[in-house]
Write a protein that binds this ligand. Structure first.
Ligand code: HEC
Ligand code: HEC
Ligand code: HEC
Length: 437
């Protein structure tokens, strides 16, 4: 149209050209910052900085964001994350958009190097094109280049044979883009998209198979989000299971938990603390509600303990705490070492100390997270909208393996909680594994 005008009215040609040039410049200027800002938000949702930034060292300047160098433990050895700043030599400054999209979706770099799936490309394969372009704009124009090379990943044979990952990808990595379900509403589809793609929640919350593959990448698999262990933290069942899952937790409480680390009396701990601090606290309320509504739609699946506050077991534990019954030695330990924060009735204190009665993480099939937390202690997440974080002390020096097993067995069977006992052997194995860590 504009071309026609120019041909028909040559006298106005210069004016029109200048006008068109200014208009298009303003368009570029208005669009790029928007795209970069959106990309920054998506990078938070995907927690790129969480993995691609080195750990701070006391007394040294804080590490550069995205310059890589975080060691990631895996059953195969330690992997180091890459520098993904736009530095042309040390980072990804020479990546074209296509290179970037291929690295994120297929785990293959421009040099043809296959990335280990510690980089969650199986989930990122579901990132849509609009979001991928915004992420690329952010990494090219919104991130400071850093000239710094992180340590090289050297895994022992045969895991150093990166080419073999092509077969792994063929067998296990999904290659289909996210497809919305027309039978569900927009909120559900938005939640499913974030959880499955950017959020890569399944990387921790889905159990892994023998080849370290996640057993499912969508709700069409029964194992999806039913709980998984990574780095000695057990990420609990997020399906509707009523004991160890989210069955009794409301959508509003899930959204609050992701934004502030507190919801329904639960407090974020373990590797989820970083997820909340670096990523989910920055999501807007609409996206948090979408995630919660998707998680609440997942039918109960997976194993784990049960909860019934009115059971005979519940009444017995209250009596044991009062009279210090000998047959439940954990009760006395709980009273003397834990009750000052978590309270005798296991209800904790809102926004300070988590409730342990009916807490799904406490009822998890595997007690790994509980043992690790009692041995090493922890700190609640520090967030913009949440309360001042409280600490849980470490009990590694204070309690023996048998005492930890007893107190956790008590906690898992008190107040109506009903989950499998923890053995001295379980705690000893965890203590040894953490010492080698
Ligand atoms: C859970 C941790 C994790 C998250 C989250 C993560 N990455 Fe990675 N990424 C890695 C690891 C580990 C590697 C190195 C893998 C290897 O050496 O095979 C890597 C490698 C890469 C590479 C290849 C760089 C190169 O040339 O070696 C790119 C590009 C990349 N990540 C981009 C991103 C972006 C963009 C995001 C966010 C959208 C992201 N990553 C989120 C762990 C992560
Ligand atoms: C790095 C591993 C990791 C990732 C990634 C991760 N989680 Fe978690 N998550 C955990 C661990 C470990 C716990 C147990 C500690 C706790 O309850 O805070 C947990 C707990 C939770 C809980 C509380 C469950 C309960 O029963 O108490 C919710 C809800 C949750 N995660 C949602 C998510 C969502 C949504 C995502 C993706 C946006 C996600 N998580 C990504 C590790 C992870
Ligand atoms: C000084 C107060 C304090 C004491 C004493 C204490 N805890 Fe905790 N506990 C906390 C805090 C704070 C958290 C949240 C930690 C985090 O977010 O990393 C927590 C978290 C937990 C959790 C995870 C539940 C959740 O939703 O976060 C369990 C299980 C637990 N404590 C068990 C125990 C046991 C067993 C003992 C006694 C051996 C004990 N605690 C003693 C303060 C305490």
């Amino acid at each position: 149209m504009r071309g026609t005008v120019i041909v028909m009215m040559p006298g106005r040609r210069v004016f029109l050209l200048v006008f068109a040039a200014i208009a298009s410049m303003q368009c570029v200027r208005a669009q790029t910052p928007d795209l970069v800002t959106r990309g920054a938000y998506l990078a938070k949702a995907a927690d790129c900085a969480g993995c691609h930034t080195a750990a701070p060292v006391p007394g040294k300047p804080p590490p550069h964001p995205f310059a890589g160098g975080l060691p990631m433990g895996s059953p195969f050895g330690t992997m180091w994350t890459s520098n993904i700043t736009p530095d042309p030599q040390h980072g990804i400054g020479r990546y074209s958009y296509e290179d970037f999209a291929r690295a994120l979706r297929e785990g293959v770099t421009p040099g043809g190097k296959h990335l280990y799936p510690a980089m969650p490309y199986p989930s990122f394969s579901k990132i849509d094109d609009d979001d991928m372009r915004a992420l690329y704009a952010y990494f090219m124009h919104g991130v400071e280049p850093v000239a710094q090379t992180p340590p090289e990943t050297k895994l022992p044979f045969p895991f150093d044979q990166r080419w073999a990952l092509a077969f792994w990808n063929f067998a296990f990595a999904p290659d289909k883009p996210f497809t919305p379900d027309p039978k569900r509403d927009a909120q559900w589809n938005r939640g499913a998209y974030i959880v499955q793609s950017l959020g890569h929640c399944g990387a921790c919350h889905t159990p892994r198979g023998p080849a370290y593959n996640e057993r499912g990448y969508t709700q069409s698999s029964r194992a999806y989000l039913t709980g998984g262990t990574n780095d000695h933290w057990y990420a609990p069942n997020l399906t509707g299971a009523s004991g160890a899952g989210l069955g009794r937790i409301s959508a509003d409480d899930i959204a609050a938990f992701l934004k502030t680390g507190h919801g329904a009396g639960l407090v974020t701990f373990g590797s989820m603390v970083q997820v909340v601090e670096d990523s989910t606290q920055y999501l807007d309320d609409q996206d948090l509600r979408a995630i919660a509504s998707y998680l609440k739609s997942l039918p109960a699946n997976g194993s784990g303990g049960a909860y019934d506050a009115r059971s005979r077991l519940a009444r017995q534990s209250v009596a044991a705490l009062r009279i210090g019954a000998d047959e439940r030695p954990g009760a006395g330990l709980y009273q003397s070492t834990c009750a000052r924060c978590h309270k005798s009735d296991g209800t904790g204190e809102p926004f300070k100390y988590p409730r342990l009665a009916g807490n799904p993480a406490v009822l998890s099939q595997k007690p790994d997270s509980l043992m690790r937390l009692v041995l090493q202690g922890g700190r609640a997440p520090s967030t913009e909208h949440g309360p001042e974080p409280k600490k849980m002390p470490a009990f590694a020096d204070e309690l023996t393996d048998t005492e930890i097993a007893r107190v956790l067995t008590f906690v898992r069977s008190a107040w109506g909680n009903d989950a499998p006992p923890v053995t001295t052997r379980d705690v000893r194995i965890m203590r040894e594994a953490l010492a080698r860590h």
